[in-house]
Design a protein around this ligand. Structure first.
Ligand SMILES: NC(=O)c1ccc[n+]([C@@H]2O[C@H](COP(=O)([O-])OP(=O)(O)OC[C@H]3O[C@@H](n4cnc5c(N)ncnc54)[C@H](O)[C@@H]3O)[C@@H](O)[C@H]2O)c1
Length: 453
C-alpha cells in the first residue's frame, strides 16, 4: 500500500469506526463509553480466566457464552453473577458457535476451546464478520493455517492470536532494549515451552489436576483433549509462547521471516513413567504408547540469518521456564540466569548483572501505567493486557497487533517440527504466509504508549 492508498484506507477505517462506536453505544448500555459486545466460546481453565478479565476491566458487555460442559457453564454463570455483568445467553451444544457468530449483537468472539476447534470456530467467526480472538495455536496443519489466512484475506475481518506471553513484563522490557539496540545485532535466541504438565495431562475425571492417570474420554479439561495429541503426534506442540515474543523482537512478518527449521525428539519416557508411578503397573494406560518425545528441540533459521533454538518439554520433572535467551553482538539476556550482560554497560567483564535492574529502567509504558492493576490478574498480568488490547482494538477499530500472519507463522512451527522429525530430522522450508508482504510490513507490537480506551 502506498502513502496515498494508506491515507484513503485510514479514512475509510476512521469513518467506519465512528459508525461502529455509535452502534455499540446504542446497542450497548446507557454508559457514555462504548463497550465491545463479546461472545465467549470455551469456558474451561483458560476461557473462564479471560472472561473474568473482560468483566473486571469494564469495557465489555458479555452477550453469549458457550461450552459443552455444564460445569464450565455454571462456573461462567457464577462469574457473571458475582460481578453483576448482565445476563448473557448461554449455549451448551457443540455447534452452537455457528449460531452465536451470526448474532447481530455480537461484535467480537473469543475462542478458548481445545486445539481441534480453533480452526472451524475461527473460520465461522471470520465468515460472519466478527472480530476474532483465538487462543494459541491457530491451526494444527499447514493446509488448515493456509485456510485461515486465505479466509481472513478474503473477508478482511480482523483476527488476533491471543498470545499473552508477548505482554510479559520482562519480555516487553527486553523488546524495548532490543529496539534501543542495547544488544547490538541480534544473532541468536532461545525460547521454549518448558512446563511440567504431567498433573494436567492426567487426572481422575473429577479433579482438574493432581489426581489420577486417566486421559481422553475418562479425563476432564486438558487431560481430555490435550493428552491424546501426545499419543498421535511427535513434535513441538506448543510453539507460540516462545516464538511469539521472540518474533516481535526479530520483526518476523515485518521485515524478517522464518525460513526453515529442523527438529529432533528424544525418547518418550516421562508420561509412561508417570502412569506407572501414580496408577500402578497394572493400570490399563501403562499399555499406551506415547509418540511425542519428552524433549523436542527445534532450530529455526530466519531470512535475515538469525537462529532460534526452541525447546518443548512438558513431560519431564522440571521447574517452569520459557527459557528465553537473546544474544546479540553487544550482549545477552538469559532468563534462567536472571541475568543481563552488556559489554559497554556491565561493570565486570564476563559477569551477568541482575536483569531486574534493566527491566525497571526499560519497563514498557503499558506496564509503567497499568502494572499495579495488571499484576493482580491472570498469568502475572499478561492476561490483563491481552484482553485490554483486544477490546481496545475492537471498540476503536484499530488493527490487531498480532494478526493472522503472525498467528500463521508462529503456529506453523508445530506441524513443520512434526514433519522434520518424521523425515528423520531433515530441514523443512517454512512457507511465507504473508506472500511477500513481510518485506513491507512495519513492526507494530509494543510501539504504543497507551490504550485508546
Ligand atoms: N495463553 C495461555 O496462557 C493459555 C493457558 C491455558 C490454555 N490455553 C489455551 O486455551 C485453550 C483452552 O485450554 P483450557 O486449558 O481452557 O482447556 P479446558 O479443557 O480447561 O477448556 C476447554 C473448554 O472448551 C470446551 N469445549 C470443547 N468443545 C467445545 C465446543 N464445541 N463448543 C464450546 N465449548 C467447547 C470444553 O468443554 C472446555 O470447558 C487451548 O487452546 C489452550 O492451548 C492458553
Amino acid at each position: 500500500m502506498n502513502r496515498g492508498e494508506f491515507i484513503a484506507h485510514a479514512t475509510i477505517i476512521g469513518a467506519g469506526a465512528a459508525v461502529f462506536k455509535d452502534k455499540m453505544i446504542l446497542a450497548g448500555t446507557k454508559k457514555q463509553s462504548p463497550k465491545a459486545r463479546l461472545a465467549f466460546i470455551g469456558l474451561g481453565m483458560r476461557g473462564s480466566g479471560l472472561l473474568k478479565e473482560a468483566v473486571s476491566q469494564g469495557h465489555s458487555e458479555i452477550v453469549a457464552i458457550s461450552d459443552i460442559n455444564e460445569i464450565a457453564i455454571n462456573n461462567a454463570k457464577q462469574i457473571i453473577k458475582d460481578t453483576g455483568s448482565g445476563s448473557p445467553d448461554y449455549y451448551l451444544k457443540e455447534n452452537d458457535f455457528e449460531t452465536i457468530v451470526t448474532r447481530d449483537d455480537v461484535d467480537a468472539v473469543i475462542i478458548a476451546t481445545p486445539w481441534e476447534w480453533h480452526l472451524p470456530m475461527s473460520l465461522a467467526s471470520l465468515k460472519a464478520g466478527k472480530h476474532t480472538g483465538c487462543e494459541v495455536i491457530a491451526g494444527l496443519t499447514v493446509p488448515e493455517i493456509w485456510e485461515l489466512v486465505n479466509l481472513q484475506e478474503k473477508t478482511k475481518t480482523p483476527y488476533m492470536m491471543m498470545e499473552n506471553v508477548c505482554y510479559r513484563r520482562d519480555v516487553m522490557a527486553v523488546l524495548n532494549m532490543a529496539r534501543k539496540n542495547l544488544f547490538g545485532n541480534i544473532t541468536y535466541m532461545e525460547c521454549g515451552y518448558q512446563h511440567d504438565l504431567r498433573e494436567v495431562l492426567f487426572n481422575d475425571g473429577q479433579h482438574m489436576t493432581g489426581h489420577g492417570v486417566e486421559f481422553g474420554e475418562k479425563g476432564i479439561n486438558e487431560a481430555r483433549w490435550r493428552t491424546p495429541h501426545y499419543v498421535s503426534h511427535n513434535g513441538d506442540m506448543y510453539p507460540t509462547h516462545g516464538a511469539g515474543p521472540l518474533s516481535n523482537i526479530l520483526n518476523i512478518t515485518r521485515g524478517n521471516q522464518f525460513a526453515q527449521l529442523v527438529s529432533m525428539a528424544t525418547p518418550a519416557i516421562g508420561l509412561h513413567q508417570y502412569i506407572v508411578e501414580n496408577g500402578g503397573n497394572s493400570h490399563p494406560n501403562t499399555k499406551v504408547k506415547f509418540k511425542c518425545g519428552d524433549v523436542v528441540t527445534t532450530l529455526i533459521k530466519c531470512v535475515n540469518g538469525e537462529v532460534i533454538k526452541m525447546t518443548f518439554d512438558t513431560s519431564s520433572p522440571r521447574p517452569y521456564s520459557l527459557g528465553f535467551r537473546v544474544q546479540g553482538s553487544e550482549g545477552i539476556w538469559t532468563e534462567d540466569a536472571k541475568g543481563i550482560y552488556l559489554q559497554k554497560h556491565s561493570p565486570r567483564a564476563h559477569e551477568y548483572e541482575p536483569a531486574a535492574k534493566y527491566f525497571s529502567e526499560h519497563d514498557h509504558p503499558y506496564w509503567k501505567k497499568y502494572g499495579d492493576k495488571a499484576e493482580s490478574s491472570g498469568h502475572g498480568g499478561m492476561d490483563y493486557f491481552i484482553i485490554r488490547e483486544f477490546v481496545d482494538c475492537v471498540i476503536n477499530r484499530k488493527p490487531f497487533l498480532m494478526d493472522v500472519y503472525d498467528a500463521a507463522m508462529w503456529s506453523v512451527l508445530r506441524p513443520l517440527s512434526e514433519k522434520s522429525i518424521a523425515k528423520g530430522s531433515q530441514p523443512v522450508l517454512i512457507p511465507d504466509f504473508t506472500r511477500g508482504k513481510w518485506k513491507r510490513r512495519k513492526p507494530v507490537f509494543g510501539m504504543q504508549n497507551d490504550f485508546s480506551l
